[in-house]
Design a protein around this ligand. Structure first.
Ligand code: CAA
Length: 247
């Protein structure tokens, strides 16, 4: 029996990076079923093919979270398969980094549409199910960038908005036993970080008290905690998983 035994989850952006680690961590923690949404289905299928699926049902779904119709269809598919959705992790996110004075409209729109509207779309279709069941755990993946990071005005705005969004859903969902929190990763060794210029990485490193990048599974463990009943009296919070970088 793991701490997620008996539960069914949706993880968005689960094909690689932090999302992939969350999927693996949930399986290790005994989840019964997990729907893995990603716009790139081949990534998910490749990841799923390597999992030990003896004790878990894994449902890969191609879904662009910024597209409401695709999200509605994906949530229906999950309900049809699992009958229930106990846990939602809004992890799907993109960056389009540039200084604000050089930022094209398309970069602003793309980032806000995936990172913020994507979480909105999922919550729109999942929250009513959780209200009906009088049970739910939602974890929204924010970022240390929510508190400001040069070159990420769009990303920072989306990730800061997720914190306010989560705090409100926590207040509204509390009476229905819907617990909502954010996990805000710091600088984590993923594909998203690999294009950051070397001199900026050196600057970041000086800011990180533990003097190293985080690993995706170090974020996943915090997400699993918030998704479990160990966190049943913690709601509306934002936990930094950042090696000591503070907001
Ligand atoms: N504070 C203020 N100004 C700074 C600065 C800082 N820390 N660092 C650089 N600058 C200034 C430079 O002095 C320069 O100013 P001038 O134009 O007056 O010369 C300007 O910023 C940089 O301009 P460039 O034309 O040289 O830079 P660029 O347009 O080629 O690239 C950038 C800018 C894309 C933002 C690049 O610096 C970059 O990629 N930065 C990293 C952004 C980052 O941290 N991304 C995190 C990715 S990981 C992630 O997002 C996950 C997560 O949750 C954290």
């Amino acid at each position: 029996m793991g701490k997620l035994s008996g539960k069914y989850a949706i993880v968005t952006g689960g094909g690689k990076g932090i999302g992939e680690s969350i999927v693996k961590c949930f399986i290790k923690d005994g989840i019964n079923g997990i729907a893995v949404l990603d716009y790139d289905l081949s990534l998910v299928e490749d990841m799923v093919s390597k999992l030990d699926k003896a004790t878990v049902e894994v449902l890969p779904i191609k879904c662009d979270v910024s597209n409401e119709k695709q999200v509605e269809a994906a949530v229906s598919q999950v309900v049809e398969r699992f009958q229930s959705i106990d846990i939602l992790v809004n992890n799907a996110g993109i960056t389009r980094d540039s200084m604000f004075h050089k930022m094209p409209n398309e970069s602003w729109d793309a980032v806000l549409n995936v990172n913020l509207k994507g979480a909105y779309n999922l919550c729109k279709y999942v929250v009513p199910i959780m209200r009906k069941n009088a049970y739910g755990r939602i974890v929204n993946i924010s970022s240390i960038s929510a508190f400001g990071n040069v070159g990420q005005a769009n990303y920072s705005a989306s990730k800061a908005a997720l914190i306010g969004f989560s705090k409100t859903l926590a207040k509204e969902g509390g009476p229905k036993n819907i617990i909502v929190n954010c996990v805000a990763p710091g600088f984590i060794e993923t594909d998203m970080y690999k294009d950051v210029p070397k001199e900026i990485i050196e600057e970041h490193m000086k800011l990180i008290p533990v003097r190293r990048l985080g690993q995706p599974n170090e974020v996943a463990k915090a997400v699993s905690f918030f998704s479990s009943d160990d966190a049943s009296f913690i709601s509306g919070q934002c936990l930094l998983v950042s090696g000591g970088v503070s907001a």
